[in-house]
Design a protein around this ligand. Sequence first.
Ligand code: NAD
Length: 341
Amino acid sequence: MFAEMRSDRTESVHLFTDRVSGLEAIIAIHSSRLGPALGGCRYMPYASQQEAFNDALRLARGMSYKAALAGLEHGGGKAVIIRPAHVPDRAALFEAFGRCIESLRGSYITAMDSGTGNEDMDCIAQQTGHVTSTTQAGDPSPHTALGVLAGIKAAARARLGGDDLNGVRIVLQGLGNVGYALAQLLVTEGAELQVTDLDAGKVRLAIDELGVSPVAADAVYESPCDIFVPCGLGGILNMGSINQLRCAAIAGAANNQLADAESADLLDSRGILYSPDYVINAGGLLHVALTHRGDSPGTIAARVRQIGSQLDQLFAQSLAEGRSPAEVADRRAEAILYPDG
Ligand code: NAD
């Protein structure tokens, strides 16, 4: 465990149990250099405690990079609650977790993530103020979608000669909370949109409500388009899928899109512009962090829109230095997080 923490440069990991509610939770604080660690709380079953530990570490590190490049005064953290087979009282479990967070005295602030919702955050809020994305604070997904739209326009500026999306061919994978909101925005912009989701009901709804065209989930990579927009799960950009792609740029919300570092180089060698995921999808984090700080909706929306100009700069630096945008983003984040190397 210590070796993994050292290799990820993780500051601390906190383990919690609560006998009454059955809670088993891990909170990883990757960095507190820029401020209190902020990051969501996952609630899912894990095959082993080691797997849960690794997940918390990997995700906390990702949050540090995302917050650093978003210009936030926050470090990265992540909580993992191991979902038991049977939960007699979900509210009691999340309240117990709230007491764990309170014991860390503000060094970690939680938010919703896979498997948790606003109501769970409300339960946590009964016990601590170090929580965001409660029912009152709202869902960050539409703000993530707004940031991704700004990023798609930056990709269009870089590869299509302008950011008018009217008639631009876009293939969107995943019509969940972010993907569906983004599809609505893209249709308003006049994009020629093809969509896919593993859930046929979501595709049918998008066809009926938005007038978009469907594409089969297994034909999504080879479908010719200007911009491919992944909004499903991570790990989808690998040697197999990248060789099938027939697009000029990739700009989507999904976390951890690149299966490995080599995938970024392969995209570069194929001339496909990749928008680093933790830069383009930071709108939700900005909303969560700035709402917690008490900023106005107008201020938050302006910060989310800046994701576009941030990507303009990142693409220009990538071109000038002959390094992939993913590498440029990592180096920039590391320069902020580790100024002394
Ligand atoms: P979600 O669970 O609401 O939606 C994901 C959708 O993608 C689902 O409808 C699912 O059926 C579909 N999907 C998954 N794999 C697919 C595949 N191979 N082909 C087609 N469809 C597929 O999740 P979300 O909140 O919309 O988030 C989407 C992605 O964006 C995730 O990777 C998430 O980690 C990331 N993200 C979300 C936010 C946010 O604010 N919600 C912020 C940053 C990053």
